[in-house]
Design a protein around this ligand. Structure first.
Ligand code: PLP
Length: 393
């Protein structure tokens, strides 16, 4: 079926290669969990979930029970961690689909206990989140002891993993991360002294992994006879998080290796719909924010802000046509955008347009979009609209 010409291409091959590279970078002491929340950062859970499993990753991470159920359908044998987003009335779905919930609040314990008991399941694994400084979710180390009393022999919840989130792993000053390790260490001592022995220490995102933190995480895990598990997201999709200038000046080797090895998984494409010539004085787009000062050739493309192309990029970004940069002129419309192709010969209807990806020698990355739109690549990816089909290549 011919669809509207605005689509995303996903290289599952690149995704699997990235999985394998990061596993190797993490080393044998560290397992990887593939973060596939938010439809695999807009890359399609249906394509990336199975690809992660194919590349040898046993764990997938999502942020809702709904995504967890979908991941379970796609990957019957994977471990699936719901890192947030278990809500009232979803306990039974968690247990029935063998999802592993991250928990920290007593109401969550109640919810899962009720589900386990009423479904006749004797024991379910959970990961307990420790708030080591981000104040988003988790138990503070000093508030841990009274909570642990609950995890007696006849309690159906079993703490399989202890999790925390490093929230400043991309900063040069490692002080915040080191402080988090200290807080985590404190929590692990409390857990151990309660007679609980979780097997997994679940810590670290892409930034931590490519900055070479895996060995520090593995070391802490080993001290408590645990296995380390890290949770990369962005790097699996082929992007190396940007570090502040001081990190890059004393760059860890792993960062350079990651930059060389990781390959972008997603390309976002459209097509030229029509080309026309305009005379000086012609207004282009809503409110005429661009007015031609000389004769121009302009191309209309089938992608707009309803597809996820940030409206702020009007008059301040370029897309690729015939391997060259074509400036966006005027405001971006809901479903359409106009490009200046005056300097690009022979542009014609049907020509491929690159919003993210490579054409000839030129590349546009989600970092480029993010800089122009004042945001981060995570948001650029996750804003690509659902109506844009994801096609495996
Ligand atoms: C999203 C997320 C990650 C992955 O982060 P990246 O920076 O994309 O690697 C890891 N852990 C948690 C808890 C997250 O929410």
């Amino acid at each position: 079926m011919q669809t509207r010409p605005c689509w995303v291409e996903i290289s599952t091959r690149a995704f699997e290669d990235n999985c394998r590279f990061l596993s190797k970078l993490a080393g044998p002491q560290v397992d990887l969990l593939a973060i596939v929340k938010a439809n695999a950062y807009g890359h399609s859970l249906a394509l990336c979930g199975p690809a992660a499993v194919c590349a040898g990753l046993n764990w997938l991470g999502v942020t809702s029970v709904e995504e967890g159920i979908e991941a379970r359908r796609l990957c019957p044998d994977a471990r699936i961690l719901v890192i947030s987003g278990v809500y009232p009335n979803q306990g039974h779905d968690v247990v029935r689909n063998k999802l592993t919930a991250v928990v920290w609040d007593p109401w969550q314990f109640d919810l899962l206990e009720e589900a386990a008991r009423s479904l006749g399941v004797r024991s379910i694994s959970v990961h307990l989140e420790i708030d080591t400084g981000m104040s988003r979710q988790g138990v503070l180390p000093e508030a841990l002891a009274p909570l642990l009393v609950r995890f007696r022999r006849d309690f159906p919840l079993r703490i399989e993993g202890v999790m925390t989130h490093l929230f400043a792993a991309d900063e040069a000053d490692n002080r915040v991360t080191e402080d988090q390790f200290l807080r985590l260490n404190e929590a692990l001592i409390t857990i151990k002294s309660a007679g609980i022995h979780p097997g997994i220490l679940n810590v670290g995102n892409s930034a931590a992994l490519v900055a070479g933190q895996a060995s520090a995480i593995a070391k802490l895990a080993a001290r408590f006879e645990m296995k380390a598990l890290t949770r990369p997201g962005l790097a699996l999709y082929g992007l190396v998080p940007e570090f502040d200038a001081q990190v890059t000046s004393a760059e860890p080797m792993s960062l350079g290796q990651a930059r060389l090895a990781l390959r972008p998984v997603l390309s976002w494409k459209s097509q030229v719909v029509s080309v026309q010539s305009v005379e000086p004085g012609a207004a282009i787009g809503y409110n005429g924010t661009f007015v031609a000062t000389e004769p121009m050739r302009i191309a209309l493309i089938a992608a707009g802000y309803a597809d996820g192309l940030d409206r702020k990029l009007g008059n301040r970004f370029s897309l690729l046509v015939r391997g060259q940069r074509a400036p966006i002129v005027g405001r971006i419309s809901m479903d359409q955008t106009v490009l200046d192709v005056t300097e690009i010969p022979d542009v014609a209807p049907g020509d491929e347009v690159i919003l993210i990806g490579k054409q000839g020698e030129e590349t546009i990355s989600s970092f480029d979009h993010a800089r122009a739109a004042g945001t981060i690549p995570w948001e650029i990816f996750t804003r690509i609209a659902q109506r844009v089909p994801r096609v495996e290549i």
